[in-house]
Design a protein around this ligand. Structure first.
Ligand code: CU
Length: 283
């Protein structure tokens, strides 16, 4: 007794779903994860990859089955039957992708909101803290200091670093210590707030290991808050075509434990402040 086509289709569908889920869960193509929110981004990637595997295998299998099952038999010189339209099928293949895309949209929005991407920036200004800004800046509406957007976790303790993007480099300024470097150093496990601005054209600050990529648009200061959670050196890559040497616009971020980070800060802080007690003793 032959197995009914509906049972075969159901079995093939279940098998396809299981294979897709297995491949999606076991895919390992991302670089190491070095920031707190990287795992949520990877979870979304695994869902997307599962759906992609399902589509690839399902469509390929249907093509192969159709080629074999409906091939022209010897002696058959007729046209195939004239089939036109199938309303239930059309509703099905419109509704299913629409629901899948809607769910992916809600899921992606939720991740972005949890990372701090939907924070309210209407009263957020960069550079000086709020009380100083009121007293000395006098112009909170200055477009150079108004934060336009980005990712903000609203953590008051976040360590600030000012990042300036220009053709073709990133420059890092540590406002609390008042020094500038070409290499970004960040403390392990401590929230940081990068305050990004561009001097010329649109750039993008991208660290694949942090799963973060933020456009930096001239005239629109942007914040990017996150917590690095894995020691090591990672590449900072400009991810927005910004001119002839865009491909060389790379820098390095070093994530180090708090002791090494503090030592690095002290080593780089202008000497008049850092070594004043020592020089008075030796003199
Ligand atoms: Cu660039």
């Amino acid at each position: 007794m032959p197995i009914p086509a509906s049972v075969l289709t159901l079995a093939a569908g279940i098998l396809l779903a299981l294979i897709s889920l297995w491949v999606g869960q076991n895919i390992n193509v991302m670089p190491v994860a070095a920031a707190d929110d990287a795992s949520t981004v990877d979870a979304l990637f695994k869902v997307l990859f599962s759906i992609g595997v399902g589509l690839l295998l399902g469509i390929t299998a249907m093509l192969v089955v159709a080629l074999v099952q409906f091939r022209r038999r010897p002696g058959d010189h007729l046209d195939g039957p004239a089939v036109e339209g199938n309303l239930p099928l059309e509703i099905f293949w419109t509704a299913v992708p629409a629901i899948v895309i809607l769910m992916l949209g809600v899921y992606s929005y939720d991740i972005y909101a949890r990372m701090g991407g939907m924070a309210d920036f209407s009263h957020h200004t960069s550079m000086p803290p709020p009380e100083v800004e009121q007293a000395s800046l006098g112009n909170p509406a200055d477009p150079e200091t108004v934060i336009w957007g980005g990712i903000d976790r609203a953590e008051g303790m976040a360590f600030p670093v000012e990042v300036t993007a220009m053709q073709f480099a990133f420059i890092f300024h540590y406002p609390q210590q008042n020094f500038t470097t070409g290499e970004l150093h960040l403390p392990l496990g401590q929230p940081v707030e990068l305050r990004l601005k561009s001097n010329d054209v649109i750039h993008a600050f991208w660290v694949p290991e942090f799963r973060l990529k933020q456009d930096v648009i001239p005239g629109q200061p942007t914040v990017l808050s996150f917590t690095a959670n894995r020691q090591g050196d990672y590449d900072i890559i400009c991810a927005e075509l910004c001119g002839p040497y865009h491909g060389g616009m790379r820098s390095k971020v070093v994530v180090e434990d708090s002791r090494n980070f503090e030592e690095w800060l002290i080593r780089n802080t202008p000497t008049t402040v850092a070594t004043a007690p020592d020089s008075s003793q030796t003199a």
